[in-house]
Design a protein around this ligand. Structure first.
Ligand code: BES
Ligand code: MN
Ligand code: ZN
Length: 508
């Protein structure tokens, strides 16, 4: 797939298809649309007058061999209201166009960017949208595998001075898109292919290609580190656990740069363990490593984009199975940070592996720690499949994460952490129980995790409802969404150390 930038003029364009965004409240007021309308002898005006063309977000009109235009096809894509137009909307529009033309087996296309003063940003986002749209699950089909017909997209910028920056932005967007596809394809893999071991291997290969430092810890090393909560989850499975540590360093001497820690839940299959899940829908639990996949993809993008801070990715990978040596309800284990946990329900396994992984990450004294996990069905019940749950110990960190949505399109809704919820997590024989009460399940998951975070800015993203699309959209195939990938990447790219703060010295 090639995504590049280019300049008009219209007349000499020999591309197979033109993609024209149409704003709902601007319609033919745009100079490019007026010009195209003139060339096509009033075709757009006629569509408008008969009420066909409205410019509603992602509405599509496909015109074949429009008279007067030097192209095979014209694709008009609704851009919605100007007041709702932002980077997330452009990304969706570019993705919609790619999918519409790819379905029609078009090989080459030109996208006219609606000029909004920042061609660089526009190119990056559009390239990302295209690269992200060009993902289909179904790689195990032996007949008619999904095909990529649309191989080349040129993004037109009107200002020739912006051309060089635009070209670079196209490359950046393409690389971000590739990292997002890595996240989604990991999430899509069946659990017999993507065991904890296979997950670690794939991430290690990515790290090698990307120039990231990578360490993979095996069972014995995890035992030596006292990660007994993680091991308790893994024990019932024939598949050995892995813990992957990924490190990005802006330069060799950057040890004083702020460190950001990203921790992702990597349960390659969640049967529930001895507290076995019902059969209905259990196959969806192959995606219970979507958090770890988002962190792995984010690290790939970070390695390509080279931000100024250091980043640590921690991926605890296990399979939760009800084998003969599985943890039982009532078992007590001691976490890495010394706290003891009574396992009441073995299906609340994500918080157990994260307890140890967060403890380990926190020992490096990061300036911020973000964990991401398909943690609770309760979060899906509360927020459905649109918003992810955000829990944060720190107001500034919460505000920063929430503010990214306009750019990333990943919507977050803040839910409470409050000491008044802590009672049900108290155990009679240990420091903690691993579940609370039935009501407010997402809060108890987050409150449990808080016990493993020292006083540093910490945020927890519960992506249980948003990691998977049951039905495709115009801009995205059904299946894994990669939710959280963009939020993590963008958070790291925009991260600035607080003014006047001394450089932190890593604890180990
Ligand atoms: N992986 C599940 C949460 C989940 C449910 C993710 C549905 C995506 C879709 C998690 O490990 C789990 O089983 N959570 C339990 C917690 C309960 C036992 C306190 C749940 O949500 O039922
Ligand atoms: Mn579970
Ligand atoms: Zn789970």
């Amino acid at each position: 797939m090639k995504i590049k930038s280019g300049l008009p003029p219209l007349e000499r364009n020999e591309s197979e298809a033109w993609i024209l965004p149409v704003l709902e409240d601007q319609l033919l007021d745009h100079p490019v649309l007026r010009r195209v309308d003139e060339m096509a002898q009033g075709l757009l005006r006629a569509l408008l007058d008969c009420g066909e063309l409205k410019g509603k977000a992602l509405e599509i009109h496909h015109l074949f061999r429009p008279a007067g235009l030097p192209v095979q096809r014209l694709l008009l894509v609704g851009a919605g209201k100007k007041s709702d137009w932002n980077c997330a909307a452009l990304r969706r529009l570019a993705g919609t166009a790619w999918r519409a033309l790819n379905a029609r087996r078009v090989g080459k296309a030109v996208l006219w960017l609606p000029d909004d003063g920042d061609p660089e940003r526009c190119c990056q986002v559009a390239a990302e949208g295209i690269a992200g749209a060009a993902y289909e699950s179904g790689s195990f089909k032996t007949a008619d595998p999904p095909e990529e017909h649309l191989q080349e997209v040129t993004l037109l910028v009107s200002d020739p001075r912006a051309r060089k920056a635009a070209e670079k932005a196209c490359e950046t967007g393409t690389r971000i898109g590739a990292a997002l596809r890595f996240t989604r394809s990991l999430t899509n893999e069946p659990s017999n292919c993507l065991t904890p071991e296979a997950f670690a291997r794939k991430v290690q290969q990515m790290a090698r290609r990307s120039g990231l430092r990578c360490r993979v810890l095996h069972e014995r090393q995890l035992a030596a580190l006292g990660m007994n909560c993680l091991l308790a989850v893994s024990r019932g499975s024939a598949q050995p656990p892995r813990l992957v540590l990924l490190e990005y360093n802006p330069s060799r001497r950057a040890s004083s740069a702020d460190l950001i820690a990203l921790v992702g839940k990597g349960v390659t299959f969640d049967s529930g363990g001895i507290s076995l899940k019902p059969a209905d829908g259990m196959e969806e639990m192959k995606a219970d490593m979507a958090g770890a996949a988002a962190v792995a993809g984010a690290m790939q993008a970070i390695a390509a984009l080279k931000p100024a801070c250091r980043v640590l990715g921690v991926l605890p990978c296990v399979e939760n199975m009800p084998g003969g040596s599985a943890a039982r309800p009532g078992d007590v284990v001691q976490a890495r940070n010394g706290k003891t946990v009574e396992i009441i329900n073995t299906d609340a396994e994500g918080r157990l592996i994260l307890a140890d992984a967060i403890s380990l990450a926190a020992e490096r004294r990061p300036a911020a720690l973000i964990d991401i996990a398909t943690l609770t069905g309760a979060c899906k019940v509360a927020l459905g499949t649109v918003y992810a749950g955000l829990f944060a110990s720190d107001q500034a960190l919460a505000d920063q994460l929430l503010s990214l949505a306009d750019f990333t399109g990943e919507k977050l809704w803040r839910l409470p952490l409050d000491a008044e919820y802590s009672r049900p997590l108290q155990s009679d024989i240990a420091d903690l129980r691993n579940i609370g009460t039935r009501w407010g399940g997402a809060v108890y998951g987050a409150m449990f995790l808080q016990n493993f975070v020292p006083p540093i800015p910490w945020a927890h993203l519960d992506i249980a409802g948003v990691d998977w699309l049951a039905e495709g959209t115009p801009y995205q195939a059904k299946g894994p969404t990669g939710f959280g990938f963009r939020t993590l990447v963008e958070f790291v790219l925009r991260y600035r150390p607080a003014a006047g703060k001394k450089a932190r010295i890593p604890a180990r």
